[in-house]
Every structure is written in C-alpha cells, then in structure tokens.
Ligand binder design. Structure first.
Ligand code: HEC
Length: 124
C-alpha cells in the first residue's frame, strides 16, 4: 500500500513537471518562432484645417488664438460678453502661456466680442 502511494505521488510529480515545461514552452515558441515584423510607410491625408478668420477684426484672432486653436474651436464656443471674453483671454495668457502682449488684450477682446459676442451672459 505504502509502495503504491509513493509511486502515485511520483507520477503526479512527473505530471506536474511535464505540465510546467509545456506551459513554459509556448511563450518561448512565440518568441523564437514568430515572423519578423516589417514596418512599412503609409500615406494618410488629414482633414484640412488651414482656415483663418477673415474680415474686419480678424488680425489679432489669427495672430494669437490660432497658435493653439482652430477657427472651428472658437466658432463652437458659446457667445460671451466683453467681460467674459476678457477673462478668457487673460486665462489663455496666465494658465496656458499664450504669448499675448498686455497692450493687445483690449483689441483682442473687442475682436472676440464683435465675432462671438453676447450682449448679456448666456444662460447656463
Ligand atoms: C498657448 C496656447 C493657447 C493660445 C495661444 C490660446 N489658447 Fe485657448 N486654450 C488653450 C488650452 C490648452 C485650452 C484648454 C483646452 C481644453 O481644456 O481642452 C484652451 C481653451 C480655450 C477655450 C475653452 C474654454 C476654456 O476656458 O477652457 C476658449 C474659449 C479659448 N481657449 C479661447 C482662446 C482665445 C480667444 C484665444 C486667443 C486670444 C486663445 N484661446 C489662445 C490654449 C491656448
């Protein structure tokens, strides 16, 4: 009886070793046997976004805001009052590092208000 048990646990051990080896063999096969990766260049065409603002009151918007934003981005913003646009311009300067000289802030606010202005604050 004792003999059988020893034999039983020995074959169990062999089975365990065999299983571990075959588990290890799979990833090794994947590393050594996988085909070489070949990279090839692809040409893609991105959507055109070279638009600029046109008309009176566009100079400063083009000069300062389009450094980081597209026209669409600004077109999609809600209409704001002069005060709100000023806060927005100052935020672009202080928080995001927009290189807007202090002397141009007023002109920018006016251009923004003329293009995207609201006489009163928009309802939330
Ligand atoms: C140096 C880069 C930079 C410049 C220049 C810049 N912005 Fe921004 N602006 C940002 C970043 C960054 C955000 C935040 C975007 C986000 O949260 O997805 C942002 C967000 C905004 C928003 C969304 C509301 C908000 O406060 O987050 C508005 C409106 C906006 N900018 C207007 C302007 C206007 C108008 C100008 C020109 C006067 C301008 N920005 C110039 C970087 C810039």
């Amino acid at each position: 009886m004792k003999h059988l048990l020893v034999n039983g646990s020995l074959s169990f051990l062999c089975l365990q070793i065999f299983c571990s080896l075959s588990i290890l063999a799979e990833p090794l096969k994947a590393i050594s046997g996988s085909p070489k990766i070949t990279l090839k260049s692809e040409k893609i065409t991105l959507p055109q976004d070279s638009k600029v603002f046109t008309g009176i009151g566009s100079n400063h918007l083009n000069q300062y805001c389009l450094i980081c934003h597209s026209c669409e981005y600004l077109n999609d913003q809600p209409a704001l009052t002069r005060n709100m646009w000023e806060k927005e311009v100052l935020k672009m300067k202080s928080s995001y590092g927009a290189p807007i000289p202090d002397a141009d802030v007023k002109i920018l606010v006016e251009e923004l208000y003329q293009k995207f202005g609201a006489p009163i604050a928009p309802k939330k």
